[in-house]
Ligand binder design. Structure first.
Ligand SMILES: Cc1cc2nc3c(=O)[nH]c(=O)nc-3n(C[C@H](O)[C@H](O)[C@H](O)COP(=O)(O)OP(=O)(O)OC[C@H]3O[C@@H](n4cnc5c(N)ncnc54)[C@H](O)[C@@H]3O)c2cc1C
Length: 552
């Protein structure tokens, strides 16, 4: 247990929260400007990024163009993309790919040229991949190697970011100056103060029972930013990936879109190919359309899933092109070349998050954000496949370029003093301690309940009555979690649950407010997109009621 009254305080130039692709690349780039601390709540490799399979989209062929990639992204985004963000992402993409190649990232090639594949709603082959279907692992590992060998970067694994630390001024805008952390090995709290704090802590897929996301995705970065007063945008847009392995007892393993890109067909329980009935692009229609079609087919049948069919492909080709998926399926008892693979849709990617400008700056001075935790507006209401790794890299770089300029301008934030950090700690009611087993069981039950409720009322299909019931349930349980479960003490597990509840409340409130269907947000009581909602974004902040803004 923590025996110190106050946490130790350390100082760095930059503090990066999270070691997915966004955090690693940001840390690496920032190390050219100063000292960097990167904290991550498990080991450095554990992140959504590590599991990314299909690839990273970028215009790398003479048969492709920026205009086409921009167009595909805008179409998938269902009228809600911020055009400038899309343009930056697409046009700066090839440069970021070059950066990855320079640090030794080994993308797959054919006859010496980058091998580009196609995925849903892309009009050209523009997806770079590595190790067949292990793109995230290859990019992450290349970045991890660089980060670990940098003398300018301190990596703190198993270190949990609890909250951001804000410095208030009487006559000028408040400033985010650091974060309160817990180092699990030492079981001690620690404050790191920095000139810029960059949240790259990923999304909140763990809100749902069926999700492709690993356990670390509990919305900690978004929730902490919200508590600190940052604006949070587009939370109603959670993308459901159409094809996660359905195994009632086993793992929920993602089967990449590129499997459909390479000819995979979707069949219903009757063995009928159904996607042509729903969209002209059939299996390669945008994800929201495929996910809803699958849900409808499941509802109309007695089966709990639909099936992915790759039986027309040769075993050797499948093993070579999709080594990770192939092996994982073998372990689950399926052979891709001869078995139909049972699949269901599952929560996959959050388009919303901490609202940023085009330089990754949040609404709070000193706080930056990139990757899945951020909402730059590049994905609109529905992310185009393989654009998220790209967006993470492009906006990480933009943050670093912006900070480089800012540093050059030698902006000073006031005299050096740590008093504000101590004041922040003194005001806190709850402390960090490990939990006992009894409490752990209670928390785990509450987490399962939350996932079931989110799946039922804020999943692929939503409607007003269910969302209202969910909102009320969340309110009651959040109160219970905050006030009753643990009077004076708060553990990592309970912080994660608290963060999940906070993101669930933001998502539910937004889903209730947006009375239309658009992109990944589908309301069965408002099944069409409505003109009055075009270009409108729902923005939350702690200090005010949710507001609706037009962002072009
Ligand atoms: C199975 C799967 C396949 C995918 N395939 C693709 C694909 O092919 N192409 C594509 O573009 N996208 C894909 N995605 C999406 C993509 O992987 C993610 O959107 C992207 O990697 C997010 O990167 P990130 O760095 O923002 O966050 P993450 O990679 O999720 O990293 C977040 C980091 O923050 C840390 N963290 C979280 N909370 C805290 C805290 N409180 N304190 C300290 N550290 C914390 C985590 O431990 C983690 O290290 C896939 C996602 C999944 C799950």
């Amino acid at each position: 247990m923590n025996s110190k009254k106050y946490p130790a305080i350390q100082k760095s130039d930059f503090l990066v929260i999270g070691s997915g692709i966004a955090g690693l690349y940001t840390a690496l780039e920032l190390s050219k400007l100063g000292e960097v601390e990167i904290v991550t709540k498990e080991n450095i490799a554990e992140s959504n990024s590590h599991y990314a399979q299909g690839g990273i989209a970028a215009v790398c062929s003479v048969f492709d163009s920026f205009e086409l990639h921009i167009d595909d992204t805008l179409k998938a985004g269902a009228g809600l993309c911020r055009r400038e963000a899309v343009e930056h992402m697409v046009k700066e993409g090839p440069e970021r790919i070059k950066d990855l190649l320079e640090i030794g990232c080994n993308f797959d090639r054919q006859a010496g040229e980058l091998d580009l594949t196609k995925e849903g709603a892309h009009s050209r082959r523009r997806i770079l991949h590595a190790g067949g279907d292990a793109t995230g692992r290859e990019i992450s590992q290349s970045l991890v190697d660089q980060v670990l060998s940098s003398e300018k970067i301190t990596v703190r694994e198993n270190t949990f970011m609890i909250d951001l630390i804000k410095r208030e001024f009487e006559e000028k805008e408040a400033l985010i100056k650091g974060a309160l952390l817990v180092e699990e090995s030492a079981d001690e709290q620690l404050i790191i103060l920095a000139d810029a704090v960059i949240i790259a802590a990923g999304g909140c897929g763990q809100l749902y029972r069926n999700t492709s996301n690993p356990k670390v995705t509990t919305g900690d970065g978004i929730a902490a930013a919200y508590r600190a007063g940052a604006e949070i945008m587009d939370m109603e847009f959670m993308q459901f990936h159409p094809t996660i392995l359905y195994n009632p007892e086993g793992s929920r393993f993602l089967i990449s879109e590129s499997v459909r890109g390479e000819g995979g067909l979707l069949l219903n329980a009757e063995g009928e190919r159904f996607m042509e009935r729903y969209h002209e692009l059939a299996e390669l229609a945008p994800r929201d359309i495929v996910s809803r079609a699958i849900t409808a087919e499941i509802k109309n049948s007695s089966a709990p899933c639909v099936y992915l069919d790759m039986r027309h492909q040769d075993k050797n080709y499948l093993k070579e092109r999709f080594p990770t998926i192939y092996q994982e399926l073998v372990e689950e008892g399926f052979a891709m070349e001869s078995d139909l693979i049972p699949v269901i849709p599952a929560a996959h990617y959050l388009m919303g998050g901490i609202k940023t400008d085009l330089n990754g700056l949040s609404s709070l001075k000193g706080l930056y954000c990139c990757g899945e935790a951020a909402c730059t507006g590049a994905h609109g209401a529905n992310r185009l496949a393989s654009n998220s790794l790209l967006e993470a890299l492009v906006f990480a770089k933009r943050i670093c370029e912006y900070l480089k300029e800012k540093k050059r301008a030698a902006e000073k934030d006031g005299e050096e003093s740590y008093d504000f950090a101590l004041d922040f700690i003194k005001k806190r009611k709850k402390e960090y301690y490990p939990i006992d087993d009894l409490e752990a069981a209670e928390l785990s039950e509450l987490k399962s309940e939350l996932k079931k409720m989110m799946e039922k009322f804020a999943g692929i299909k939503r409607e007003q009555t269910g969302l209202k019931e969910l909102k009320q349930w969340l309110k009651e349980k959040s109160h219970y979690l905050e006030e009753e479960l643990s009077k004076e003490i708060f553990s990592k597990t309970s912080w994660e649950l608290k963060n999940l509840f906070q993101t669930a409340e933001l998502l539910t409130e937004s889903a209730l407010i947006r009375e239309e269907s658009r992109g990944a947000h589908y309301r069965s009581d408002y099944p069409e997109s409505r003109k009055q909602w075009a270009k409108k974004h729902i923005i939350h902040s702690r200090e005010a009621e949710a507001r609706i803004d037009v962002i072009k």
